[in-house]
Design a protein. Structure first.
Length: 127
């Protein structure tokens, strides 16, 4: 897979799973891009159209990354809504659940483990 395709798929496709390392790298990269664009364009006020575009990019990428990470934990999109919409407790729970707990080591309903992960063979699972 080409580098550009990997980036586009990481930021804009909610399909598949994402491991913790990639989640943090993509999240920090998207936030750095947002801050960079705002500083370069001077779009720091809410009524600026560029600020609105940067904000929309941030919300979209945050939701997509959270969804992919939830998939790695074996959870669906409803969990991301819960984490996002419940103030303080939901945000902290989401941070721990998505940012710090490991994903499922084996395949789940959202696909095989992300690259670098390894699915257990049936003989290893019960050894």
């Amino acid at each position: 897979m080409s580098f550009l395709r990997m980036i586009l798929r990481g930021f804009f496709s909610g399909a598949g799973r994402m491991r913790r390392r990639d989640f943090w790298l993509f999240m920090l990269t998207s936030r750095a891009v947002m801050i960079g664009v705002m500083l370069v364009t001077g779009a720091v006020e809410m009524d600026d159209p560029i600020y609105g575009l940067v904000w929309a990019f941030g919300v979209w990428t945050g939701l997509v990354l959270a969804l992919k990470r939830a998939h790695d934990r074996g959870k669906g999109g409803g969990w991301v809504v819960l984490f996002s919409c419940v103030p303080v407790v939901g945000w902290l729970w989401g941070l721990v659940e998505l940012g710090f707990l490991p994903g499922q080591a084996s395949s789940n309903r959202f696909g095989p483990p992300p690259r670098g992960g390894r699915a257990l063979a049936a003989s290893e699972a019960f050894a």
